[in-house]
Design a protein around this ligand. Structure first.
Ligand code: AQP
Length: 327
């Protein structure tokens, strides 16, 4: 039996290289080996301030990029979270069995709530219960994500275990799957912070739709340090980040990469990396423009995803409602 894989991305801005290397590229690589479910998690994007028109636009852009990066609708169910209302139904049921202390420990909530202070929404606090619902609704075995989502996937697993203990065996226990290289791409402007869609600033991230000239410019300005040697040293986060991106895209070993840059300067590293990034993104961008020129294709893919998932959604929810005494 094939392992069932679920993952999703928030439509909270344009996808960046971190989303590609930490998530989508791995989904594409494994899609023949697994039974795949990939979602655009729009209800997670509304836990912070947002513009409805921009959200609608981002959802379509994200689906276009899923397809352009190589997800094949024949091998994957692709859909939008809000098109399957059971996600929020199950999230409410999980809210009722999630101890507050579990949510208070989530580092992403702590970081985000510090930025927003009294504006912070209840939805942002209970976000991990919705994410657990996303994953557990499909009886998921594996959740391929970047390093930043590990804690949330572990909470989903803990909730599955708690539910099974309280109400009887109902959910599969999911595992996070995190690749060794590319699981935490850092910001180019500040390599101590992860590259993120919602971080402002021209020099922060490389967008999957950035044109070549912009990629060269952003990388030429990436923060490095005042040393000279080009080696993988985590104590030098700027150079380490650039080398890690190089490793993820070239598939070469650390030793090969260090040998390639021996005696060379940062300008060479940034220049070579820019060409590698451009070569990886060019075919994705070409496919993206082709796909989005026929918007009805995206609607068709999304509708097909929902239809394909309906039986699984209904069978899980029937068991959950019965187990909890709601039917
Ligand atoms: N920098 C990253 N490096 C590697 N993987 C990453 N992911 C996100 N950032 C990196 C992975 O991409 C998937 C989608 O995550 P997301 O929608 O939370 O993306 P984001 O860029 O983190 O978006 P936001 O809106 O800026 O979110 P916040 O501010 O909440 O982090 C996940 O698999 C994630 O691990």
């Amino acid at each position: 039996m094939k392992k069932r894989v679920f993952s999703g991305i928030k439509p909270s801005g344009t996808l960046h290289l971190g989303n590609y290397l930490g998530a989508i590229r791995n989904w594409v690589a494994d899609q023949d080996r697994c039974e795949n479910i990939f979602c655009v998690v729009d209800q997670h994007a509304i836990t912070v301030d947002y513009e409805p028109a921009a959200l609608r636009q981002s959802v379509r852009e994200l689906v276009g990029l899923y397809l352009a990066c190589g997800l094949d609708p024949e091998h994957c169910a692709l859909f939008v979270q809000s098109h399957v209302p059971e996600h929020t139904e199950l999230a409410w049921l999980f809210n009722c069995i999630t101890p507050m202390g579990w949510l208070q420990r989530m580092t992403q909530f702590k970081e985000k709530s510090e930025e927003q202070r009294e504006q912070v929404s209840a939805g942002l606090f209970t976000y991990p219960a919705l994410m657990a619902a996303d994953i557990l609704l499909y009886q998921t075995h594996e959740v391929p994500v970047g390093e930043d989502q590990k804690q949330h996937v572990e909470l989903a697993r803990d909730l599955a275990q708690r539910f099974n203990h309280l109400f009887g065996e109902t959910f599969v226990l999911p595992e996070p799957v995190i690749r060794k290289v590319g699981a935490r791409v850092m910001g180019l402007d500040d390599p101590t912070k992860k590259m993120s869609k919602s971080t402002e600033g021209d020099g922060h991230g490389i967008g999957l739709l950035d044109p070549p000239a912009l990629i060269r410019k952003k990388l030429s300005r990436a923060t490095t340090d005042s040393q000279r040697q080009i080696v993988f040293d985590p104590a030098r986060p700027g150079v380490f980040n650039l080398l890690t991106i190089f490793q993820a895209l070239s598939g070469q070993s650390r030793e090969e990469i260090e040998a390639h840059f021996a005696g060379k300067g940062y300008a060479q590293l940034k220049g070579d990396l820019a060409e590698l990034v451009i070569a990886a993104l060019e075919p994705i961008q070409a496919r993206y423009h082709q796909i989005t020129s026929a918007p009805e294709y995206i609607d068709q893919v999304l509708a097909q995803g929902v239809v394909r998932l309906r039986p699984l959604v209904e069978s899980t929810m029937l068991r959950v409602r019965q187990a909890m005494g709601l039917r």
